[in-house]
Design a binder for this molecule. Sequence first.
Ligand code: SF4
Length: 372
Amino acid sequence: MPSAAAPRPGTEEIPVEIVSDEEMAFIDAALAAAAAAAAAAGARPLLTSAARRTAPPLSCAAYSAAGSAGGDIEDSPLPRRSFLARFRERRALAVTDITATEWCEKQMEFVLEHGKPERTEAMKAGSDRHAQLEQEVVERVDVDIRSVEELWAVKFMNFIIGTNQLMFEGITRELPVIGVVEGSWMIGIIDEIRMPMDSISSQPILVDTKTRVRPTIPSEAQKRNGRLQLMCYKHLWDTLIAKKFPAEHFFSYFDLDPNYLLSDDIKQYISPLGFNAKTFEDVLNYFNVTCQALPLSQELLLLRYELQADHSLLEEYQFTYDSRWFKDQIQEALNFWQGSREPKFATEEERWKCSFCKFASKCPMIASTSRC
Ligand code: SF4
């Protein structure tokens, strides 16, 4: 067994699910689409398993000069391709890529190189709870998807339908968002968005619910990671509303055909909302119109911690968006993804994370600690 500091109270679970089911589905281009008839009621269609199989990966990435930085090019080994280029080429980074990187860069590297460790019972219970919360407000139906363009069209439709639900019913869940953050395409799925019930604010509040195995208060590291996640969502949401979506960049980056003709199935899902979309670009135009009519989100963000056993509330934690801190965190994560430097280990104060790390036996930091 590798040696590592004993876990501190409140850290009994592995707090970071490397990439959630929901966001992996997004990354793998397998997000749900919207059922037209039930669209106004918030129904969103799922992709068929066939569509999941045929859908190519999304997003793209850059090459880095890692390994050659600061050295003589002729003397240096061949430049190593960045993690972004190797693992997210023509795909977007997921918000959970960023939060997992913040948790421990070395662990993120292990996941990329060796694959995700098996999901624990606690993780499965957390996913089940999120599915349950989603079902409370969102109805999902199957829809056939023939191409990547239709896959993306469905994502944008899900956004349109979800925000429609938010404005009319005051709440939506599992809302996909996409944008460019510090020069990199990023995608995420917002757990929950609520419109305030009072008349003091007309801006929605973004909410994320975490489940815990034991009735303990989360550690500061867990809260920090949750803060980063919600700030990513706020940045993506507010950017969609405040700025015109960079459609041309989007089409070229993901190699998509804006003139792609949508199938009748896809078209009928959006028509009840009054949108007569024929092409993929039409959907993007309606998406833009929708974004322009939405309010920016509140500066206050809300993290909720629930006990898995009975869903009782352990803590509600409100905090304020901090743009400077957020930017620094994103740049730090991107330095890792772009290969600007070697991955960092968990800090000494947070070495307890290693007790829950499935890669501890491979980790050089653990090996060096054992020799001391
Ligand atoms: S053992 Fe610790 S430092 Fe090494 S990858 Fe795991 S969490 Fe990171």
